[in-house]
Design a protein around this ligand. Structure first.
Ligand code: ATP
Length: 360
């Protein structure tokens, strides 16, 4: 099912100062049928509010939501055909797995055998069909989350909404379950919106990522594109581990400077800028124009991370990823030198923090 958000806005009263909080501001996006969307952003950016509006649990202050061609903005949750999965799986502890999955079907006019067939189908999909007679307390966290997903899928929803569904799982299960969610989504082809503040999680399973900040959508694109072409400094900083390195710099006479070091030619108007360089965007080379005081070398298997400092860096250390077999030899002043790879650095205006693209 195609889902369209049209100028969707939610304003809450702010009880503290009798003002208001714009939790979601003019969200405008058409989600293609059968895709998995990762809604990503820091705490308080409006992810859950967006999801609650999609589910019908919250009424928008303005704007519209369409499922297919139908305007569902004023439809109650039960008429929308949404499956919801929350962070705390909210299973009924006294019911078996089977009864938990069957629960949403209770009010439907459906025969017992059809109900059972649906339950088994949903349980098979999430691979818990062996566990139908158990109680939730007899399941691992990952298994409980699968039950919650089966319960959300049993009514064949138009849209599946997942709110931080992996937060309660340990690191290994998190990885495994996120792959499961991707597989289930591919199998069912149900349009899915997945809320997370974990950029790696969103990058790894989403068809499209929506990055939000303070209620405002910053960028929507396929994950690799958001990583490779961030639209502003916030997006550049939000995606990537280790994070992007940010330096204070300037453009002067079509040249980019960090401190007194001329890094590269860059055709743009003279201005103060931030320079974002991905850790993999450096080439360590004694002749490189950028330098940092060498601190340590962290070996991470195939790659190593050169840790250094630079007075113009926004963060206390700079991390640059190099192949592990590369010799790293600081000069006599204890400095390492870098070239910056083309297309692996981004320039942002120092005031607006918007990306400055090079002139043709
Ligand atoms: P988190 O990752 O912490 O869950 P989020 O991105 O999901 O955060 P929301 O829960 O959507 O963020 O909240 C967005 C903004 O709206 C926040 O500033 C929050 O304080 C505010 N907000 C949410 N619900 C209410 C409410 N019922 N009344 C007033 N303000 C609210």
């Amino acid at each position: 099912m195609r889902v369209k958000l049209e100028n969707l806005t939610k304003i809450f009263p702010n009880k503290k100062n009798s003002g208001e909080v714009i939790a979601v501001n003019n969200f405008d996006f058409e989600i293609p049928d059968g895709t998995l969307i990762g809604l990503l952003g820091p705490s308080g950016c409006g992810k859950s509010t967006t999801l609650f509006m999609l589910s019908g649990l919250l009424k928008p202050s303005s704007g519209h939501i369409y499922f297919g061609d139908e305007d569902v903005t004023n439809l109650p949750p039960e008429k929308r055909g949404v499956g919801l999965v929350f962070q705390n799986y909210a299973l009924y502890p006294h019911m078996s797995v089977k009864q938990n999955i069957m629960f949403p079907l209770q009010n439907q006019k459906m025969g017992k055998s059809e109900m059972m067939a649906r339950v088994v189908e949903a349980a098979k999909l999430v691979q818990i069909d062996e566990l139908l007679e158990r109680k939730p307390s007899e399941l691992s966290g990952g298994q409980q989350q699968r039950v919650a997903i089966a319960r959300a899928l049993v009514k064949s929803p138009n849209v599946l909404l997942l709110d931080e569904p992996l937060s309660n799982l340990d690191a290994r299960l998190r990885l495994q379950t996120r792959e499961e969610i991707r597989r289930i989504q591919r199998d069912t082809k149900v349009t899915t919106i997945f809320v997370t503040h974990d950029q790696e999680e969103a990058m790894s399973i989403s068809d499209y990522i929506v990055v939000m900040k303070k209620g405002v959508v910053q960028q929507i694109d396929v994950p690799q594109k958001v990583y490779d072409e961030p639209i502003n400094l916030f997006v550049a900083k939000f995606l990537g581990t280790p994070p992007i390195n940010v330096f204070k710099g300037r453009i002067e006479n079509n040249q980019l400077f960090i401190g007194e070091e001329m890094i590269t030619k860059y055709k743009a108007d003279d201005q103060l800028v931030y320079v974002g360089i991905r850790p993999e965007g450096f080439i360590v080379d004694a002749n490189g124009p950028l330098s940092g005081e060498f601190k340590s070398l962290e070996v991470m298997g195939r790659d190593s991370s050169v840790v250094s400092t630079n007075p113009n860096s926004e963060s206390p250390i700079i991390r640059s990823i190099v192949p592990s077999d590369q010799e790293i030899a600081p000069d006599e002043k204890g400095k390492v030198h870098f070239f910056v790879k083309p297309k692996k650095f981004f320039i942002f205006n120092a005031d607006t923090e918007e990306r400055i693209f090079e002139k043709e």
